[in-house]
Design a protein around this ligand. Structure first.
Ligand code: MG
Length: 214
């Protein structure tokens, strides 16, 4: 009886670890299927295009100090769209995510113009993704295929942050960059957790109607 109980406890914990690590805290698309029409009709891209133009106009006013002024970008649903995955999955497990990233099917969003403008203007480009470091080679390949080159640093989630919130993980690295002498002038992401916690500069928030991450 006791062994059975312990085994049950073990599997319950195991399933919690596998479903929760890096997962979104709330999946919104399952409740709002009609949003897919908005994404697939080009309506969402138009919205992102407009907001990108607005953020570029803000960046135009910042004077860049070479080697010091930096901009931080999140990747998923900020620079790269994974809408084709969410159409098929209303649950999100680590294996689903890993297979998706390895499949190299994400595509560039209209926010690429912010990235290109920032690079052209001479900002250092720092990419911080919530995806684990075990996927780094695929993440780099995805970026390359979508024309995201010339960035200075790519941070993928290291083991010590596998179970922390995205906010803790991302702000930790921004703090390190700031302490090393960089000035983070702006931070572009689809979640508050991409930019909360300090060392962010201007918040360049991208709408995400699909999921919410702490
Ligand atoms: Mg994101």
């Amino acid at each position: 009886m006791k062994i059975k109980y312990l085994l049950l406890l073990f599997f319950v914990n195991l399933s919690l670890i596998f479903t929760n690590a890096f997962a979104q805290d709330e999946f919104l698309l399952s409740d709002y299927k009609d949003l897919l029409g908005y994404y697939n009709s080009g309506g969402f891209d138009n919205e992102i295009n407009d907001i990108s133009d607005h953020y570029i106009s803000l960046l135009q006013n910042i004077s860049v100090t070479e080697g010091k002024s930096a901009i931080v970008f999140d990747l998923d649903e900020t620079l790269l769209s994974n809408i084709k995955l969410y159409e098929r999955n209303t649950e999100w497990y680590d294996t689903t995510w890993s297979n998706w990233v390895k499949g190299l099917n994400s595509f560039a969003m209209p926010t690429k113009k912010i990235y290109d403008f920032a690079k052209e203007k001479g900002f250092k480009i720092i990419l911080i993704t919530g995806s684990p470091d075990t996927l780094e080679e695929y993440i780099k390949e995805n970026l390359k295929r979508n024309g995201y080159d010339g960035y200075d640093t790519l941070i993928c989630r290291p083991p010590q942050f596998y179970t922390t919130t995205a906010l803790e993980y991302k702000s930790h690295f921004r703090k390190l960059f700031s302490e090393s002498g960089l000035t983070i002038e702006a931070n572009c992401g689809d979640q508050y957790s991409d930019m909360g916690g300090g060392y962010s500069g201007i918040f360049m928030r991208i709408p995400n109607y699909i999921y919410y991450i702490k």
